[in-house]
Structure formats: structure tokens, C-alpha cells
Write a protein that binds this ligand. Sequence first.
Ligand SMILES: Nc1nc2c(ncn2[C@@H]2O[C@H](COP(=O)(O)OP(=O)(O)OP(=O)(O)O)[C@@H](O)[C@H]2O)c(=O)[nH]1
Ligand SMILES: [Mg+2]
Length: 311
Amino acid sequence: MSDAPRDASHRKFGVIAFVGRPNAGKSTLLNRILGQKVSIVSAKPQTTRNRIVGILNDERGQLAFLDTPGVHRPLHKLNVRMMDHVRSSLSEADVIALLVDATEPFGKGDQYVIELIREERERNPDAKRFVLLNKIDLLKKHKLLPLMQQYAGFGLFDEIVPISAGKGEGLDTLVDLFFANAKEGPALYPTEDYTTQPERFLAAELVREKVLQHTSDELPYTTAVAVERWEEEEDSERINIFATVYVERDSQKGIVVGKQGAMIKRIGSEARAELEAILGAKVYLDLHVAVHEGWREDTRFLGELEYPLGE
Ligand SMILES: Nc1nc2c(ncn2[C@@H]2O[C@H](COP(=O)(O)OP(=O)(O)OP(=O)(O)O)[C@@H](O)[C@H]2O)c(=O)[nH]1
Ligand SMILES: [Mg+2]
């Protein structure tokens, strides 16, 4: 986010990709490791739609974490793009960390992710592959060993690490392992940064997170948020943000707006509070709800949603 010179004295640099099924806890893990919220989290699947880069700097060097969308079979153009982010991350990483919700029985979805990692191996043969068995805070102890043995049986993984991203268990050991597998070399990003994500994109994501947290049914899949305007008032230290929440149907608009606008007010005030804490400024957040039928198939619109992220 800044143009500060890169610090060449750092010893190690590594790219760590978090991949796995929706809801495994990838974004929770990224936020926990960084001690900062850079990626939105919800109990709904397919929360993350882009590749979010988080940066950890310490005396050992720099790690760039790639948080990716949960792996699923894509049914819309939106989802095809989501899976492209997963594949590109798999091909670039020094360490591919497969996150697994250890409380869920192994199923077809898990097999699908393993196959994807196996398939992509030829494009990135030197990468290390880890399995992170997450949510062990909810797991009965006797279930852990058989699960570890099952993943060892795939013959694909260099490390199998039980963690709780939610409770922060096992994460020091995990970060040690990431550094141990990073390469010697200078930091790629400015060492005072913790993400490459523009504030404008994070603002849209935080609004979307509140929609996901407070609504159910099809809304998580059919909601998109775009920041239309961003005004910084120098003298009053206030940021005015104008954003649109897009849904696919009138009925969905009704849900997001709520009775006498109660829902959109709640979404707005919660997102604003978080934004003020992150931006360290007063925020005025103006939310508008609009219907855009079929936006998940609209290539141009999908590009506009992603444009603040670059690439
Ligand atoms: N109990 C418990 N819950 C967790 C843990 N890690 C994540 N969660 C919860 O699991 C849900 C999904 O977390 P996310 O971090 O959004 O999962 P994700 O893998 O990024 O999901 P997608 O972006 O949809 O692919 C949230 O409700 C989290 O609070 C954990 O270690 N323990
Ligand atoms: Mg996520």
C-alpha cells in the first residue's frame, strides 16, 4: 500500500497459499496469523471470492499468504473466476497449505480438492505441501490420529499439522514451519505493509461480510458490493464512502433493505464501525441496494468488482 523502499536485509521470503473447501477456516487463519483483519469471514460457504494477499514481516523475513476462495465445482462465471484464483495460487506458492475442517467427515468435496492439488503438482513440482487439520478445538481427541493417518496415506503431503485458527492453537509452530520452508531472499513487499488489498476493496468486502452474517438462504451467493465513490475530507479527517449492494432479484432487495430499512442500517453501522477502526478516521458510509439480474454471468461487471485489486 506504500511506496517505501524494500528492505533487502530480510533473510527469507516465501509464498504460502491457503486452499481448501469452503468454510474450512482459511480466512480466519490468515487474520489470526497477521493479527489483523484482511479477509472477511462468515459461517456461509464461498465467503472469499478473490485472492487476498496478507503479509507477515518479522526478524526472520517475510511471508506472503494467499487466501483463496473455497474449492467447489463452478456453475457461474463468477465461480469460474474464483477457481482461477485457486489455480494460480497453487502454481505460485512455495508452500501449499490445504486447510481441512477436521470436524467434517471426509467426503467427495475433500477428494476433489486433493485431486486438484495432485493435478496442479506438475505446474509447481518444487512446492511443499502441508495439510492443516483445523478446528481441533471442536474435535474429540481420539479422532485426530486416524485423520492424520488418512492424510498421510495420500502420499502427497510433507507436513500434517493440527491447528485451531479460531482459538490460535498451533500457529506459532506453523509459522516456524512456513519460515523453515521459505527461500533465502529479500522481501517482495514493503516491510511495513500487511496486505496488498486497497482500502476501497476492503470496504466493499466488509459490507458484504455483514450481509453474509445477517442474512440467509441464497443471499450469500447472490450479493455483490461495489464502492462507487471514495472521498477523503482533509480538514475534517472524514472519509465518505458510497457503495452499492447488488442482488439478483427484487425479493432479495427486500431482505437486504429490511423492514423500514432496518437491515441495511444494521449492515451499514457494523461495517462503518469496523472501517473506522481499520482506517483510523471517521467514516460516512452510504449504502444503496440495487438489483442486477444475472450479475454472476456478467463478465464486464465481474471485472469491475475486481478492478481495485489490480492484475
Ligand atoms: N470452532 C472453530 N471455528 C472456526 C475455526 N476456524 C474457522 N472457524 C469458523 O468457520 C467458519 C468459516 O471460516 P472462514 O475463515 O470464513 O472459512 P474459509 O475457509 O475462508 O471459507 P470460504 O471463504 O467460504 O472458502 C467461520 O464461522 C469461522 O468462525 C476454528 O479453528 N475453530
Ligand atoms: Mg475465506
